[in-house]
Write a protein that binds this ligand. Structure first.
Ligand SMILES: NC(=O)c1ccc[n+]([C@@H]2O[C@H](COP(=O)([O-])OP(=O)(O)OC[C@H]3O[C@@H](n4cnc5c(N)ncnc54)[C@H](OP(=O)(O)O)[C@@H]3O)[C@@H](O)[C@H]2O)c1
Length: 316
């Protein structure tokens, strides 16, 4: 089969389109014909060797390896002990995270527990865009959010952010979306109550007294976002940033550090699929690249200004 592999850490140029053996499903696994593979920031960080993670904590990715966690496709074969799926079922999921799910390929094997039936009424491209971003919003925001709370979403136009805006609105929260100006119409159409262009407006001067900050942008500006919280408020750092628990405590707010690590969860995936099928949430895909052009896709995602998601198309 064809797959993208990396033989060493580095820039997008280390992504190689190669012929590799087709995997075989083991016990509790299915063999999946991948129709589309969604891209995530975790993919390029892993490819680059996790440069922003302290050296002693860096995961050691085996080489060569096939990148990718998110996929949508059709079950081609089932391994021993698989009772829940059959050949021909359309499925999607975030596979084997935090190890690689090996989804930049024509086929992969997937543990049954990581998969759910693909939502009806959307394409494989759209379904592949959902799992990691959707689960990140579900596990780090949606589960704990209460109606009537106010939430500022930083990095609101990206893969995680645009789903966070919609899921927070569904929960009955008041949503302030922070992104650069080109995303304003997109985010207002998704239902945010207030839009702030961070390139022209200082967020900490424009907003006060919010219950939650959900920070999908991270970086050096994170610590300034503490000042938009009301006393007792909480910053959820989805992306690494410089907000410190000590400074937060001085201000009477907290930085969430006690979330369990992002993990696959079929029940949550089914809930997300239900919201998509009933058209209460939509997933936006900015650009689709053929599998062979994973390098160009990484170059785009790595600039970190995507609107919605980037997806690799494996079966046209
Ligand atoms: N903790 C976890 O388990 C977990 C899981 C998933 C993702 N993540 C992390 O969450 C982050 C977001 O993921 P994603 O998939 O949504 O990434 P993404 O699609 O690349 O989106 C990032 C967004 O950030 C915005 N942005 C860039 N610089 C900004 C700034 N200075 N202020 C405000 N917004 C800014 C960009 O929009 P503009 O064009 O408006 O700049 C872009 O839309 C990634 O870094 C990823 O590693 C963590």
């Amino acid at each position: 089969m064809k797959a993208i592999r990396i033989h060493r850490s580095g820039g997008p140029e280390v992504l190689q389109y190669e012929e590799v053996p087709r995997p075989v499903a083991g016990p509790g696994e299915v063999l999946m014909r991948i129709y589309a593979a969604g891209m995530n920031a975790a993919d390029w960080r892993a490819r680059a060797g996790f440069p922003d993670v302290p050296e002693h904590l860096r995961p050691n990715l085996p080489k060569p390896s096939i990148p990718g966690s998110d996929a949508s496709g059709i079950i081609e074969a089932v391994g021993p002990d698989v009772t829940e799926f059959q050949v021909g079922d359309a499925v999607f999921g975030m596979l084997r995270f935090p190890q690689t799910g090996r989804t930049y390929a024509e086929y992969t094997t997937a543990p049954m527990a990581d998969l759910a039936p693909k939502p009806a009424g959307i394409t494989h491209i759209q379904a592949a865009a959902l799992p990691m971003a959707g689960l990140t919003v579900w596990q780090f925001l949606y589960q704990d959010l209460a109606a009537g709370q106010s939430v500022l979403i930083n990095g609101a136009a990206g893969g995680v952010g645009h789903l966070a805006v919609q899921l927070a609105k569904l929960k009955g929260a008041r949503v302030i979306a922070v992104a650069s100006g080109r995303h304003e119409k997109f985010l207002l159409d998704l239902g945010c109550d207030q839009f702030i262009d961070y390139t022209t407006t200082s967020v900490e001067q424009a907003v006060r007294e919010v219950d939650l900050v959900y920070d999908a942008a991270g970086g050096a500006g994170q610590d300034r976002l503490l000042s938009v919280l009301k006393r007792g408020g909480r910053l959820i750092p989805v992306n690494l940033g410089n907000a410190s628990a000590e400074r937060a405590a001085q201000m009477g707010v907290t930085v969430s550090t006690n979330h369990p690590r992002l993990h696959a969860d079929r029940t949550q995936l089914l809930e997300i699929a239900g919201l998509i099928e009933s058209e209460r949430v939509r997933v936006a895909v900015e650009t689709v690249f053929p599998l062979a052009e994973a390098r160009q896709a990484h170059e785009l995602v790595e600039r970190q200004h995507v609107q919605g998601k980037i997806v690799l198309s494996v079966v046209e």
